[in-house]
Design a protein around this ligand. Structure first.
Ligand SMILES: [Zn+2]
Ligand SMILES: [Zn+2]
Length: 132
């Protein structure tokens, strides 16, 4: 019984992460699931996120205000982080990213294992608000 409960929480956490493109934090996942899973603790969410990371099911995109932001999409893709509202946006796909130094690095003898492209700035929503 306990095991079943454990794995259903695990699934709920994973599904919540994959249900959004907002690159949620652990607290977002907790707040989203808490009404349906009353005995969920923030610690359980953090533990499961750490496990998903280890298993390569999710990737950590960046840290905003001290909270890790995660992505259920594990393919490498660039992100834009808004310094104003803290939203994290997907930017295109890996294939239309022109600034790729992977081949240069391998020519120089480096073995590339992962790549993170992050842009920081102000998103259109916040720019709009600041104009008024
Ligand atoms: Zn913003
Ligand atoms: Zn993403």
């Amino acid at each position: 019984m306990a095991k079943r409960n454990y794995s259903s929480k695990r699934n709920a956490i994973y599904n919540a992460i994959c249900s959004t493109h907002s690159h949620p934090s652990a607290r977002w996942v907790y707040d989203k699931l808490k009404p349906d899973v009353p005995d969920l603790s923030l610690g359980t969410v953090y533990r499961n996120i750490a496990l998903f990371k280890e298993e390569g099911k999710i990737q950590v995109v960046c840290s905003v205000n001290g909270e890790e932001r995660i992505d259920g999409n594990t393919s490498p893709h660039p992100h834009f982080v808004c310094n104003c509202c803290g939203n994290v946006y997907d930017v295109g796909t890996e294939s239309d990213n022109n600034s790729d130094y992977s081949s240069e690095l391998s020519e120089m003898g480096f073995a590339v294992q992962s790549k993170y492209v992050l842009y920081y700035g102000i998103c259109p929503e916040c720019l709009k608000k600041n104009l008024h």
